[in-house]
Design a protein around this ligand. Structure first.
Ligand code: NAP
Length: 362
């Protein structure tokens, strides 16, 4: 159903936001998007949700990520309510949601069976108060469902017009290969995007494991947790501030908090402090914006999903757009020296490495 013009109260203005294609698809996604994990419908409810989304939209962010599992559907409900109240044009928005964990217990209330993919999609659409989402993600792979059933079910959802594309989240490269193989064999569409954790302290899957997948299928990453839940802003350098994520969600993050006290954790804090110095002295920016710009610069990143509990955090994080052009090869070299965690290339066993052009012939 075409949305009546009388419902539109806020027109979209990209405000200079760069756009990239979502992997091999024709869909244009903003380089920075916003997601509501642990925030919308959970630590942030009611009008403050509207303030965050309005701030995002008015500053060029028109893509919003959620999941059925985010506080058992409450995040989707808040987003749906706010889109309506703000009077946003559906065609201006890119809405993504994810299925896997469900919103209630039950043998078929989650996972990636055809039953849950179809029923879960319908329930998400109802909570979001929309007729379709732009991309529907498999929030994790379900190893107990045949891949053919998963691929067929997501294609059914697309054919019904309930989603335009499908994607995966935290699948292994092997699981993705199987999905593409099945889709190609059956003449169906494969995933266009992975929603994968990628930040300065979490690199292997996004930078090494998926390398052949990017080359063969042009998969685009919708990066999650780009600030390592806030660690890369430096806010945890001297303990856990009251009201921060690690304070509010201390049970969920108990192992992360414990790991921060270990020698490895303390080493991360030391690196954040060094990155802070580099950011300030050479780029006139913050460590958080350096971290966001760094992951946005990666050519396999389609969008970086920002998290924020307040509009001010979003405005601060969007300043990272101005840092991206400052990341020269010399600065990247300095960052790599501090991080000292660049994933190693696959071994050549003594044979000479391929040159730049040879590498692209995979
Ligand atoms: N597919 C998946 O499995 C998966 C998993 C996780 C996330 N995601 C998606 O990715 C989105 C982003 O992930 P994330 O929220 O973990 O991202 P993140 O950027 O790593 O962390 C965001 C949190 O850091 C803090 N923060 C952000 N900007 C700040 C600033 N300028 N100064 C100080 N603190 C700041 C805020 O928490 P406090 O203010 O509470 O400290 C904010 O909620 C999620 O909302 C979700 O849509 C997907």
């Amino acid at each position: 159903m075409v949305q009546p013009e009388s419902e539109i109260k806020l027109e979209y203005d990209s405000k200079g936001m760069p756009f990239r294609r979502l992997g091999p698809s024709g869909l244009r996604v903003p380089l920075f998007s916003y997601g509501g994990w642990l925030t919308l419908g959970q630590s942030v409810v009611g009008d403050p949700c509207k303030e965050i989304i309005k701030t995002a939209f008015e500053n060029g962010i028109n893509m919003f990520d959620t999941a059925e599992a985010y506080n058992k559907g409450e995040c989707e409900k808040e987003l749906g309510r706010v889109f309506k109240e703000l009077g946003l044009r559906r065609t201006d928005l890119v809405i993504t949601t994810k299925l896997f964990w469900g919103v209630r217990a039950g043998p078929n209330a989650g996972g990636l069976s055809r039953k849950h993919i179809i029923e879960g999609t319908q329930e998400s659409l109802a909570r979001l108060q929309v007729e379709y989402v732009d991309v529907i993600f498999a929030h994790r792979c379900d190893v107990n469902v045949p891949m053919e059933e998963i691929v067929r079910a997501f294609n059914y959802v697309i054919d019904k017009g309930w989603a335009f594309y499908w994607g995966t989240s935290e699948w292994t490269a092997q699981q993705l290969e199987e999905a593409y193989h099945v889709a190609n064999k059956l003449g169906l569409v494969g995933p266009v995007s992975e929603q994968c954790q990628h930040h300065m302290f979490h690199r292997d899957r996004a930078e090494k494991e998926y390398a052949p997948i990017y080359k063969k299928y042009h998969l685009g990453n919708t990066v999650f947790s780009p600030l390592a839940s806030g660690l890369l802003t430096g806010k945890y350098n001297d303990g856990i501030p009251k009201g921060s994520r690690f304070d509010v969600e201390k049970d969920f993050f108990s192992s992360t908090i414990k790991a921060l006290q270990s020698p490895e954790g303390q080493e991360k804090i030391r690196k954040v402090k060094e990155l802070t110095k580099l950011a300030k002295e050479e780029l006139d920016t913050t460590p958080g914006n350096l971290a966001l710009a760094w992951v946005a610069k990666n050519p396999n990143t389609s969008t970086v999903i920002l998290g924020a509990t307040k509009p001010e955090q979003l405005l601060e994080n969007l300043k990272a757009l101005k840092v991206i052009p400052k990341l020269t090869p010399e600065i990247i070299k300095k960052i790599e020296k501090i991080l000292d965690n660049k994933p190693e290339s696959h071994p050549t066993y003594g044979r000479p490495a391929l040159d730049e052009f040879g590498k692209h012939l995979y």
